[in-house]
Design a protein around this ligand. Structure first.
Ligand SMILES: C[S@@+](CC[C@H](N)C(=O)[O-])C[C@H]1O[C@@H](n2cnc3c(N)ncnc32)[C@H](O)[C@@H]1O
Length: 197
């Protein structure tokens, strides 16, 4: 099996990547993560999806590819330049592009809960984790990448990552799998209270 060969890259992906390469953006999600997101999103019929940290929309394009016609995505980004690329390339009524600070958005969101959350920014992952998990439906997926050492990690981040993994593993309302693949992924599923460990 050749896992670096992708037969189904979203049509918008190349344009997004080209536009992104003109900016000094070094935090883009990779193809493996995108492909996994597409497949997990496709498991959620009429799914409600949340992405925290749109960037320029690389992962968003994969998420969109996994969505059925009734699915909805909210994607939150605080950098208008990056978000504009995503908006232009992924013009689709199923996507709500939100230009906002993720910290504020998470603390003010009062809408329907989500079937899948891709937390790809500090808010939703290392910060406001409890608030974020409260927005996930039972049986919903919580997905994070960049859990293996990355060249752009600031000093001290590695310890924060280790601490966060311990926190995730201790949660009784989550069951999770760690993947030493791509940039280091964790897929967690929220368990029904009745069945929590
Ligand atoms: C790891 S990158 C996301 C990559 C993106 N998912 C992709 O597919 O390329 C993290 C993103 O979060 C954004 N971000 C950082 N702090 C934020 C905040 N407080 N609120 C919203 N977005 C934030 C950054 O601008 C950056 O685009």
């Amino acid at each position: 099996m050749q896992d670096h060969i992708f037969s189904d890259i979203p049509v918008q992906y190349k344009n997004i990547a080209d536009a992104t390469s003109k900016l000094s953006f070094n935090m883009a999600s990779d193809l493996h993560t995108g492909s996994l997101l597409k497949t997990l999103v496709a498991s959620k019929q009429s799914g409600r999806i949340l992405e925290l940290g749109t960037g320029s929309g690389l992962a968003t394009s994969w998420i969109l590819k996994g969505m059925d016609k009734n699915a909805k995505l909210i994607t939150v980004e605080n950098n208008p330049l990056l978000l504009e690329i995503a908006k232009q390339q992924l013009d689709d009524t199923r996507i709500d592009f939100v230009l906002a600070d993720g910290y504020e958005w998470l603390q003010n969101y009062a809408g329907e809960k989500f079937d899948l959350i891709f937390a790809d920014a500090m808010p939703g992952k290392y910060d406001l984790f409890e608030e974020t998990l409260s927005l996930l439906k039972t049986s919903g997926f919580y997905i994070i990448d960049d859990m293996l050492p990355q060249p752009n990690w600031p000093d001290g981040h590695a310890q924060g990552v280790e601490d966060f993994i311990i926190l995730l593993e201790k949660r009784k309302d989550l069951t999770l799998t760690k993947l030493n693949w791509s940039t280091g992924l964790i897929i967690a599923t929220k368990i029904h209270k009745k069945f929590s460990r």
